[in-house]
Design a protein around this ligand. Structure first.
Ligand SMILES: [Ca+2]
Length: 292
């Protein structure tokens, strides 16, 4: 059941999309994605945030989305959140901390009330709004890190994002935008860029998540290029109930793990991945075979 984010703010519900280890298909976590009946099909929630920003209510909408996401995750995840290594990725607008309505400590409170540890939660800060506003991004990163959260820079490679800011800001994760992921298996320029990004991030102990993986060939290419984590329709569509990776993707990853030869120049054994969840893929509730 969706619920109101506040007086005359739109009704918001949350869907969850799995984030998966590309090497073996194990679940790493979920991104919480805002959905609203106030939007037409295909419209981005960014429209709602732009409106809230004009009304001086950006913080109100932003924090309400996170409160609902944490609450819904605890309600719908059938105990998954009790596993300490399942991560919940929550989007946070970097400019909302400058909003007049900002009250500190609320996100941490919502997360803890939902039974989650702040260290399980990754705040995704979009990079595209902040090319000339790095100070806001730095402030948001420091603020949420002090609250005990991990930090991801979102949308890397999209719009105006500045790759160099990765090494200034030193987030825990970067999320590579789908504009670099789509067709990466067929485009050597994208391959060079993604490989360089993955290698640089590994040297800086930053984990890389590729977004928008829709084809098995893209998954194979990203894994060969050293990307550790992925997200996209091939691995699992956003859904009201947090669900594990699709069986189709799991069996594909299993077959690829047993073979070699990706067609990607210079590919070798992938580097050691990030921390693993403690349960095997088959143990996750709600695995669904039909997505992807
Ligand atoms: Ca995001």
């Amino acid at each position: 059941m969706p619920c109101s984010a506040g007086d005359d703010l739109p009704e918001i519900d949350t869907h969850f999309q799995p984030i998966v280890h590309l090497r073996d298909g194990e679940l790493f976590g979920f991104e919480a994605l805002a959905r609203s009946s106030a939007l037409a099909p295909g419209e981005s929630p960014a429209i709602l945030f732009a409106r809230a920003q004009r009304q001086g209510r950006l913080w109100e909408l932003d924090t309400s989305c996170r409160r609902m996401a944490a609450t819904r995750f605890a309600e719908r995840a059938q105990g998954l959140f009790l596993l300490p290594r399942v991560h919940l990725f929550l989007n946070a607008h970097p400019l909302s901390l400058a909003d007049p309505g900002h009250r500190p400590g609320l996100t941490r409170r919502w997360v803890q009330q939902a039974g989650l540890q702040p260290s399980q939660v990754v705040l995704e800060l979009t990079e595209t709004v902040a090319l000339d506003q790095v100070a806001y991004l730095e402030r948001a990163l420091g603020y949420y890190r002090d609250e005990g959260f991990q930090i991801a820079l979102d949308d890397m490679g999209a719009g105006h994002s500045a790759l160099a800011s990765i090494f200034t800001l030193r987030p825990d994760f970067i999320k590579i935008d789908r504009s670099l992921v789509t067709g990466v298996d067929r485009d050597r320029a994208r391959q060079h860029l993604v490989r360089g990004l993955a290698e640089a991030c590994r040297a800086a102990s930053i984990q890389v998540v590729a977004e928008g993986i829709e084809r098995p060939q893209e998954l194979d290419a990203l894994r060969a290029l050293g990307v550790e984590l992925g997200q996209g329709f091939f691995l699992g569509r956003p859904a009201r109930l947090p669900r594990a990776v699709t069986r189709r993707a799991l069996s594909h990853i299993g077959r690829r793990a047993a073979s070699s030869g990706t067609g990607i120049e210079g590919s070798g054994s992938p580097p050691p991945g990030p921390r693993r969840c403690s349960a095997p893929p088959g143990a996750w509730p709600g695995t669904h075979p039909t997505h992807g």
